[in-house]
Design a protein around this ligand. Sequence first.
Ligand SMILES: [Fe+2]
Ligand SMILES: [Fe+2]
Length: 284
Amino acid sequence: MQLFSTEPAEPAARRLRVRKMDFPFKEAEVPRWWFHGNPTITHLANGLNLLFPPGERFFIRSVKHYVDQLDDPALVARVKAFFGQEGRHGHEHERANRILREQGYDIDTFLGIYERVAFGVLEPLFPPVLRLSTTVACEHFTATLAKRALTNRFLDGAHPLMQQLLRWHAAEEIEHKSVAFDVLQEVDPRYWVRVAGLAIATSQLLGWWMVGAAMLMAQEDLGREEKAQHARAAEAARVEHEAEERLTLFREAILDYLRRDFHPDDHDDYALAREYLESVGAPV
Ligand SMILES: [Fe+2]
Ligand SMILES: [Fe+2]
């Protein structure tokens, strides 16, 4: 008698929906320091948000390259829904990023450099399989961050509309977290390919994220002591809301991913995503 299922996740969790959210960014008055009223926290979040639209278009390109090689119709259906979800994320984040322009931040210099270097110069240097494995590792990082976003209380300190945007994005990242991984397993399951993608994803994601956040922070008219005070307040807010330290989170995610038998569904957090989506009346 089998006492437990070895199935990685319930089948229902694998049905993906594309949801058009159309968040009312125009009507919302999102303050400049919309996250805990703190510029350090706000610009860390803004820095990541800036990366999403071009990054998610890259994820779509890298998986699309292999779509014709997939035999399993169920996987093809999940891949198409993955394209739809990532496309909607990029669309909504692009709309949210416009708020930064309206608030007077120069984001286009950074975005121009990021797009030219990461996708104009670096992307063509790597073969398709490493572009795919980079996407797979990025998806592991987004799913890891997503789980934390839905389980700790840190997002409670964000402007309500930004909370909705980030929680919806987090829930869908969990929903589709195994899609790119399953495509890579299908087309090239070699361990070194997965690990090479992890190295590229880690350096690119952390590097561009920190540059983006620093670029925004540098545009604040704050002295050195004020910046230090805000940084201390940010750390206090993190501890108070039981949010994990960013680098600890990444270290744990990397160690998890380095297991030879790692699969995203080892962490069955689909119910977490579904509960959130249901709680806001989104179709599940
Ligand atoms: Fe996404
Ligand atoms: Fe994703």
